[in-house]
Design a protein around this ligand. Structure first.
Ligand SMILES: NC(=O)c1ccc[n+]([C@@H]2O[C@H](COP(=O)([O-])OP(=O)(O)OC[C@H]3O[C@@H](n4cnc5c(N)ncnc54)[C@H](OP(=O)(O)O)[C@@H]3O)[C@@H](O)[C@H]2O)c1
Length: 328
């Protein structure tokens, strides 16, 4: 059992694949064996470029292959549910890109099929596996900054690629789904509870998606999170956790590198805490191996993904209605 390697297939030639391919090759418990694309020609060209042994000319063909254990789903957001379910039905474990789905009902449908098929499905929030994230959570839970009052999180960049899937409302585009999902996920993780009310505002671009989004999430005990994201602002990521006795500033919360540091401040004093980590995307690959080969629960559970999707849907609804939305 311990010698077994998970055999992975990439479901499409998405750009993000290039982040997963090196860790799949680095990990002794995982192996990249196939790629699928909507045409055989594209799959073969990609397989040649990235030195992948097998190329499938349709997604269905790869799911029918008996020798694939795990399917990576890096498709446009509106296709995550369908292809995760198809893969699970075919008996494959699935690592699906964030957001896992774009409605709570879709997450529930994924969960039902995954449970029936007895496969692991986990959302690819790579930052959650990095030692920096785990350290920040440990410090907060140990009371290093006292009681948490507020989490602020931002993720913005200038989206310059014309025709990008992120700008297409029919493909689950929009800045909240694409990058706003990170600060929402981070805040929920650190606070350790779920929001009870949210209020969102959006700036809609010419294609009809939110290109900028700001949101306030109220958690039990009047703990707040404030998030912002944008396709029309300079690249920046940041999280600040404000407590009754101090604050933690995380400079690279969502894409931490191998050498990072966070700042803990108390009044005028500040302390720099250095954190080393492995290559960012290795964590989700090893987590899948732990889940499938060792039977450990995946670090990102379907309940966690469901709650994140629920918060994002509520924020979008709030921005649409121009009113706060209470969550159950
Ligand atoms: N975790 C991270 O760091 C991270 C970073 C970037 C993106 N992501 C996520 O990864 C997913 C993909 O993002 P990406 O930027 O890599 O996307 P992308 O380069 O546009 O790739 C999407 C792929 O989906 C396939 N596809 C099937 N139907 C399509 C359609 N109607 N229109 C466009 N493509 C279609 C295409 O592959 P074929 O032509 O080969 O079939 C295409 O290459 C998204 O869910 C995004 O949120 C995560």
């Amino acid at each position: 059992m311990s010698d077994r390697k998970l055999r992975w297939g990439l479901l499409s030639t998405a750009r993000i694949n290039r982040s997963l391919i090196p860790p799949l090759r680095m990990s002794p418990r995982n192996e990249l064996v196939a790629v699928a694309s909507r045409t055989q020609e594209k799959a073969e060209a990609y397989a040649r470029e990235w030195n992948i042994p097998v190329a499938y000319g349709s997604y269905e063909a790869m799911l029918a292959a008996p020798d694939i254990d795990v399917v990576y789903v890096p498709l446009p957001n509106n296709m995550h549910e369908h292809w995760t379910i198809e893969a699970a039905k075919a008996g494959k474990h699935v690592l699906c890109e964030k957001p896992l789905a774009i409605s709570v009902g879709e997450v529930d449908a994924i969960r039902a099929v995954a449970e029936r098929a007895g496969v692991v499905v986990s959302e690819a929030f790579m930052y959650r596996h990095h030692p920096q994230t785990l350290k920040v959570k440990e410090l907060v839970d140990a009371g290093v900054i006292g009681q948490v009052r507020l989490v602020r999180g931002s993720f913005s960049f200038n989206l310059t690629r014309e025709g990008d899937v992120r700008l297409n409302p029919l493909l689950g585009g929009g800045s909240l789904w694409d990058v706003g999902c990170y600060p929402v996920s981070y805040a929920r993780y650190i606070i350790g509870r779920e929001p009870v009310e949210v209020f969102g505002r959006k700036v809609v671009g010419p294609t009809g998606v939110d290109e900028t989004f700001t949101g306030t999430l109220r958690f039990p005990d009047n703990i707040y999170a404030q998030i912002d994201c944008s396709f029309r602002a300079t690249f920046r990521t940041h999280v600040e956790i404000v407590g009754s006795e101090g604050a933690i500033s995380v400079l690279h919360p969502f894409k931490p590198g191998t050498e990072e540091h966070i700042i803990i401040s108390r009044g005028d004093d500040s302390e720099r805490v250095a954190i080393q980590g492995p290559e960012l995307y290795l964590g989700e690959v090893e987590d899948m191996a732990d889940a499938v080969l060792l039977g450990k629960p995946p670090r990102i559970s379907l309940a966690d993904s469901r709650a994140n999707v629920a918060a994002l849907v509520a924020l979008l609804e709030s921005a649409e209605r121009g009113q706060p939305v209470r969550m159950a």
